[in-house]
Design a protein around this ligand. Structure first.
Ligand SMILES: [Zn+2]
Length: 144
């Protein structure tokens, strides 16, 4: 599947699929997705089965809150979305795509401070996302 989004001036914008589209593509058995990354004219490719997304449009967020009683506060909302869509173990490459093509920009648009870090625990490495007072929203083990 190819997803491209354009700015008004014709340059490419980030079109990385949202959480619902990634679910749909997994259910349909689509193997790869190509999307404009928003970095110059780059078209990025990811294997759908390894892909993670928690991207939500504001209308989808509104709908989930009014129709399905998802948490009103953003921290609670995203903690729930992360638990629904993120795996406990993640391939390094999939995680890097998620960070570079989504998380880095998305975190600056949130109503709260979201931080992330890699943490070593013996032989294992974990990736954690947490608030400024160290409330952990999600943690996953990174496969190297
Ligand atoms: Zn979508």
């Amino acid at each position: 599947m190819v997803v491209v989004r354009l700015h008004r001036d014709g340059t490419f914008a980030n079109a990385r699929p949202c959480r619902k589209c990634v679910c749909m593509m997994k259910n349909l058995g689509i193997r790869r997705t190509y999307y404009s990354s928003g970095f110059n004219n780059e078209i990025k490719c990811e294997l759908v089965r390894d892909m993670i997304s928690i991207q939500d449009s504001s209308s989808s967020k509104h709908f989930c809150r009014t129709q399905y009683n998802y948490p009103r506060d953003d921290i609670g909302y995203y903690k729930m979305i992360m638990n629904m869509h993120l795996p406990s173990i993640i391939k390094k490459e999939s995680l890097e795509n998620f960070i570079n093509y989504y998380l880095k920009e998305w975190k600056d648009t949130l109503s709260f401070d979201l931080n992330y870090e890699f943490e070593k625990d013996g032989e294992n490495e974990y990736f954690k996302m947490f608030t400024s007072n160290r409330f952990v929203l999600f943690s996953m083990k990174v496969l190297i």
